[in-house]
Design a protein around this ligand. Structure first.
Ligand SMILES: Nc1ncnc2c1ncn2[C@@H]1O[C@H](COP(=O)(O)OP(=O)(O)OP(=O)(O)O)[C@@H](O)[C@H]1O
Length: 626
């Protein structure tokens, strides 16, 4: 694992959380085709491993398109034969023979169609499911290689990132599903039907062909009109699910202020907008369906009239009427569903681009080549470092100081001074705008990022505890560690006794431990990793006095024989440090030992005096003496 705990340093989650739905301006028509082509090309790369399945699906689709025509031929044959044998003196014998033939043909066709349709759907689904898996897996693998700046950018706030990924994957896979499973067989059968219609009679074929562009036009209109409402609907759904989650999170406040009616009203309003929207979608869909059915009926009537004309002319048999009507319905069937393909394309245009933007953000990849040193000492030097966060906050100004190996250095300063930012730079979560950082005499930027983080331990104010057992959580520090090593790490973190007192011991659920216990689990993880350099960023700030005291013992152990940088507002931890670096508004204002800086009566003296005053030391010492 690259770092002891993949927790994002505090404040990094302080981005606006309001809007989870990526809103993109509508894509100009001209660019849409190029964009769609681009998306399909990218999708083709993901589809490449399934070439065999795709070819198989296509073969089955072609087979299916032929079986779909059998009914029309059988009906034509039935009507024509019946017309013929009805004139015979003894029609029954010929009639039974005919029934035998058509039953056999329909049976064979149906059995074949079942296999073809099953295979076609099954293979189509396999392509879709595999693609969905590959897209999700690739994006996760990819973003894991990205820099911290990617995660902390407001664009990628966790909710938004999740939504962008989910919508991207689902829009792409639905496009594939719609194409392979729903539309392709219908289109294939429509094309075969049209060819048969043309070969039977040019004018009948023309009626079938004319309907195609009309349907295309209506379907496009339908999809475009519904698109806006559908997007709104998605937004409502997201807000609604967010509402319930935030309600659960805020339930104590809601109840204590007796705001249940207000919360219910908020829910009602969204619900009302949702139902209005839903009704609009349904009514629009009904109107368009009606228009399409009407046009189809006009087509059917035209076909009947035209074929009847040829029948009366003696150029065709009566059976041709049903034959042509059925073929025409085969042509109309996929075009009836056209709007769905438009919908999917619109969705893909809206969401797939954002998805591929995440996937192809090469600039975000962390450097994984460079120096891999087995023995780091922790001789650190910052020279004229300037740093600005991606959101534009200038956090460090011309910072220069050095840290000696195997000593404890405390970064001291008021809130927002830039202490955590220095740690962010030292673990290469971010890179300086200018200036340089050296580690053991070599530029930090030249180190292999992952190899560097293997040598660094990071303990934060509150460390992430994963769902799972205590054992698993400690093992995160060294995936190869055996049970003895885990127990030994827990002992060093002064948590072993409490773990074995639990009914399930090391197999207990780590999430149910108290804050102080969880912090010591994080320390045990660090002991297991055993890095030569340790950064402690307010490791006891979120703990109560008793828990802090318990954690202090483990911290004292961590500090032994390592290079330690500690950020703390805790007076005891500050005076324990060998060296101090005092930071104010992103600048280093003083460096030295506690004694020297105290004597200097500068910024450190001011901060230290304020800290000790807040402790009310006089009263404490009087109490202790009494
Ligand atoms: N991820 C971030 N994105 C943007 N600005 C940030 C981010 N993290 C910190 N900052 C800003 O950078 C400045 C320095 O913050 P930093 O967390 O380094 O201070 P600090 O000295 O550690 O403060 P504290 O003692 O409160 O933890 C502050 O103005 C802060 O708001």
């Amino acid at each position: 694992m690259p770092i002891s705990d993949p927790v994002i340093l505090k404040k990094e989650k302080q981005q606006d959380n309001k809007n989870n739905t990526p809103k993109k301006p509508p894509v100009p028509k001209k660019e849409r085709r190029a964009l769609l082509w681009d998306i399909l090309k990218k999708l083709a790369i993901f589809a490449a491993p399934y070439k065999g399945l795709i070819v198989l699906t296509l073969i089955l689709t072609v087979l299916g398109s032929f079986t779909a025509q059998v009914n029309a031929f059988v009906l034509r044959y039935t009507v024509d034969t019946l017309t013929e044998i009805a004139t015979l003196a003894e029609p029954w014998q010929a009639g039974v023979r005919m029934l035998g033939i058509i039953s056999a043909i329909l049976l064979v066709k149906e059995v074949l169609a079942i296999f073809v349709s099953f295979g076609q759907r099954y293979f189509g689904e396999r392509i879709r499911i595999n693609l969905s898996r590959d897209l999700s897996q690739r994006v996760v693998e990819r973003i894991l290689t990205y820099r911290m700046a990617f995660y902390t950018s407001s664009e990628n706030d966790s909710g938004k990132l999740q939504t962008r990924i989910d919508l991207g994957v689902s829009s792409l896979t639905s496009l594939v599903q719609n194409f392979f499973i729903d539309m392709l067989p219908l289109f294939a059968s429509a094309i075969v039907s049209l060819i048969i219609m043309f070969s039977a009679n040019f004018w009948v074929g023309m009626v079938g062909l004319i309907i195609v562009p009309i349907y295309f036009f209506i379907s496009q209109k339908q999809a475009n009109r519904l698109q806006g409402y559908r997007r709104q609907m998605r937004g409502f759904r997201e807000t609604k699910s967010g509402l319930v989650i935030s309600l659960i999170n805020a339930i104590t406040v809601v109840k204590s202020f007796v705001r249940e009616p207000i919360e219910a009203q908020k829910h009602f309003e969204i619900q009302k907008e949702m139902t209005d929207n839903q009704l609009r979608i349904r009514s629009l869909a009904f109107i368009y369906d009606a228009v399409k059915t009407f046009i189809e009926q006009i087509g059917v009537v035209a076909i009947i009239l035209l074929t009847a004309y040829f029948v009366l002319q003696g150029e065709m048999t009566i059976g041709m009427i049903l034959f042509h009507v059925m073929l025409f319905q085969n042509v109309a069937a996929p075009i009836r569903q056209m709007h769905r393909i438009y919908d999917q394309i619109n969705n893909a245009l809206t969401y797939a681009e954002g998805f591929f933007d995440i996937l192809e953000d090469d600039a975000q990849i962390e450097r994984t080549d460079g120096i891999k040193s087995d023995h780091l000492h922790g001789d650190i030097e910052l020279k004229n470092v300037n740093f600005t966060y991606p959101n534009g906050t200038k956090a460090l100004n011309d910072v220069s100081f050095s840290i000696k190996p195997n000593r404890i250095t405390a970064l001291v300063g008021l809130s927002g001074a830039g202490k955590s930012t220095i740690i962010n730079l030292l673990v290469k979560f971010y890179e300086p705008d200018s200036g340089a950082i050296y580690l053991d005499g070599l530029a930090l930027e030249d180190y292999d990022t992952q190899a560097l983080r293997q040598k660094i331990g990071l303990v934060l104010q509150s460390n992430h505890i994963f769902s799972g057992t205590i054992n698993d959580n400690i093992r995160y520090g060294n995936m190869d560690a055996d049970t003895d090593a885990i127990v030994s790490a827990a002992k060093k973190a002064s948590i072993h006794e409490q773990i074995i007192a639990l009914p399930d011991g090391y197999d207990s659920d780590a999430k149910s431990l108290s804050g102080g216990q969880q912090q010591r689990i994080a320390l045990a993880r660090m002991f297991l990793k055993d890095p030569p350099i340790v950064f402690l960023d307010e490791p006891t700030a979120s703990l109560d006095a008793i828990a802090s005291q318990q954690v202090k013992k483990s911290l004292d152990l961590i500090k032994k024989d390592r290079t330690v940088i500690i950020v703390s507002h805790n007076i005891a931890q500050i005076i324990d440090a060998d060296d101090l670096v005092v930071i104010e508004n992103g600048r280093v204002v003083e460096t030295g030992t506690h004694e020297a800086l105290y004597a200097k009566r500068g910024k450190y003296f001011e901060i230290f005096s304020a800290m000790s005053d807040s402790l009310n030391l006089d009263k404490i010492s009087r109490t202790l003496q009494g």
